[in-house]
Design a binder for this molecule. Structure first.
Ligand SMILES: [Zn+2]
Length: 305
């Protein structure tokens, strides 16, 4: 019998992960009334071509597939597009036992689907622009939570499928500190595989308060500067010639609104380390835009752009 985690590890892409989590949350009976275990693996065995565990039923398609895999694939094909802009969060947390039962309620706020594996582990998918709101909810409702949250894009490519990414996270989990709540943020899947765990500098780890502060700063930056200015700032701060950078920085500040100039100078933005700048510009894809113009029709609230 495959467990919940086994089904999650079988996900080939984000659509299938979304479908698996959704079916685990809404139709848990489907997994309990599992189909019969298939025959021994051989060249002529009639096994499910996806899980290679249960007997394949050829009525579903040309390639035999078990009922569970058929449901997952059908759901992924029909509704997977809803998770196109989603990121996944694997949590391994430690909380007082009496509060564990409410974990699912907290996770449900702001996530499109969530699966609590046991008292200490969960997997959620959220829209990436809602990351800040989701983290604020965690800080608000579970400030005593300790452990780690691994944020990663549930995407696949020709070399790595989503199940491989999850397996890598589970493999690395014993190395993670658990004294408080830490965030591991991976903007690209291959960063997770290329991070050298013996070199602490290469592992993107942040205290949850620091990470939330960076998200807030990215939201302000995105709202005060237009996209072409953001791009100009990024290019300018990656110039190799320091004198050239200093010259163009002064010219750029003359083009900006006073509040934007104040923001950049107060943050000493030009002097940030390059690694922090790269993270900051990556985080811009994970925050919402808030209009700061009183005449703007979008000023009533956030808008996805
Ligand atoms: Zn199957």
């Amino acid at each position: 019998m495959l467990t919940e985690l086994d089904w999650i590890l079988l996900s080939r892409n984000g659509y299938e992960l979304f479908a698996t989590l959704k079916i685990l949350a809404t139709q848990p009976d489907l997994f309990e009334t599992a189909a019969e275990i298939g025959p021994t693996h051989s060249a002529t065995a009639d096994l499910c071509r996806r899980c290679w565990t249960y007997a394949g039923t050829s009525k579903y398609r040309a390639k035999p597939c078990c009922p569970i895999c058929h449901n997952i694939q059908t759901y992924a094909k029909r509704f997977g597009v809803h998770a196109q802009d989603a990121i996944a969060i694997w949590g391994s947390v430690d909380m007082p036992a009496k509060e564990c039962r409410n974990l699912a309620d907290v996770l449900r706020r702001g996530s499109i689907v969530s699966c609590v594996h046991d008292d200490r582990h969960f997997l959620s998918m959220i829209f990436r622009r809602r990351l800040k709101t989701w983290i604020e909810n965690i800080l608000l409702y579970r400030p005593d939570m300790a452990g780690h949250l691994v944020i990663f894009p549930p995407r696949s490519n020709r070399y790595i499928c989503t199940g491989d990414t999850m397996a890598r996270i589970l493999y690395a989990a014993p190395d993670y500190p658990t004294d408080r709540l830490w965030i591991y943020f991976y903007d690209k899947v291959f960063h997770l595989f290329s991070a050298n765990r013996s070199n602490k500098q290469s592992v993107p780890i942040y205290d949850i308060g620091t990470f939330k502060g960076l998200l807030e700063a990215a939201a302000v930056f995105r709202s005060l500067l237009t996209p072409n200015i953001q791009e100009a700032v990024h290019e300018l701060l990656h110039l190799k010639n320091n004198h050239e950078e200093c010259f163009y920085w002064g010219r750029l500040l003359n083009l900006l609104k006073p509040e934007a100039v104040c923001m950049l100078e107060a943050w000493r933005f030009r002097h940030w380390p390059k690694s922090q700048l790269n993270l900051f510009f990556n985080l811009m894809n994970y925050v919402e835009y808030y209009s700061t113009d009183s005449d703007d029709s979008l000023s009533a609230g956030p808008a996805n752009q």
